[in-house]
Design a protein around this ligand. Structure first.
Ligand SMILES: Cc1cc2nc3c(=O)[nH]c(=O)nc-3n(C[C@H](O)[C@H](O)[C@H](O)COP(=O)(O)O)c2cc1C
Length: 194
């Protein structure tokens, strides 16, 4: 395989989301480095709060199946998430939980996360850049069968991080972003769906 398909989405639906902005920059970088990138917004996949009774009564919602198929048809995934009280925002956790319930598509087996390579990024307007959410998200993804690459980015002071061309200003964060994208592309080329 030469051109890996990589799915990118932010864990925020907020108008003016700084994580959506960073997801845009990561999308551009991945494309420049040769990946085929699909950028989505969770706004287009509204979901109820997960509830086992709802699942038993009504089954898996269509939007969950759509997301599960997207995970399954990409070799790499980038999640760009806000940090809420040092952990995941409910929008993202709810989506991950719903999609983890998918094991088949019709009669065919479907394991949406298994074997995919994930890269994780966060940002905040503060000085820590959301660094505390990343190990929480990493643990969850590993526990549900994903491969999470070592390279990650926590972008601090996100409101002043960009130049006029909507690139990260030169410095450590820009280097980390480039390295994270390169590593994800390389590993995704060799993705082995287990
Ligand atoms: C409930 C809540 C908890 C938050 N907790 C944190 C936190 O632990 N660390 C942090 O850096 N920012 C925290 N923030 C601030 C977010 O980083 C900020 O709202 C950010 O803009 C959210 O990302 P978005 O712009 O992509 O929606 C919190 C915000 C909310 C609403």
């Amino acid at each position: 395989m030469t051109t890996p398909k990589i799915l990118v989405f932010p864990g925020s639906n907020r108008a003016g989301s700084i994580n959506a902005r960073l997801a845009g920059v990561i999308t551009k970088e991945l494309a420049l480095q040769g990946a085929e990138v699909t950028r989505i917004s969770l706004l287009d996949y509204p979901l109820p709060i997960f509830d086992e009774d709802l699942e038993s009564e009504k089954g898996i919602p269509d939007n969950v199946m759509k997301l599960a198929r997207l995970f399954a048809t990409h070799q790499g995934v980038v999640i760009v998430t806000p940090e809420y009280n040092s952990s995941l925002p409910p929008l993202l956790k709810n989506m991950l939980d719903w999609v983890s319930r998918v094991s088949k598509d019709g009669t065919k087996p479907l394991a949406p996360y298994r074997g995919n390579h994930f890269a994780l990024a966060a940002c905040s307007g503060g000085g820590l850049g959301g660094i505390r959410v990343l190990p929480h998200l990493r643990d969850i993804l590993v526990s549900i069968g994903a491969q999470v690459i070592t390279e990650q980015l926590a972008l601090a002071n996100a409101y002043s991080a960009y130049d006029d061309m909507e690139n990260l200003k030169p410095g450590r964060s820009r280097e980390l972003l480039g390295g994270m994208c390169a590593s994800l592309i390389e590993k995704s080329k060799w993705m082995d769906r287990l």
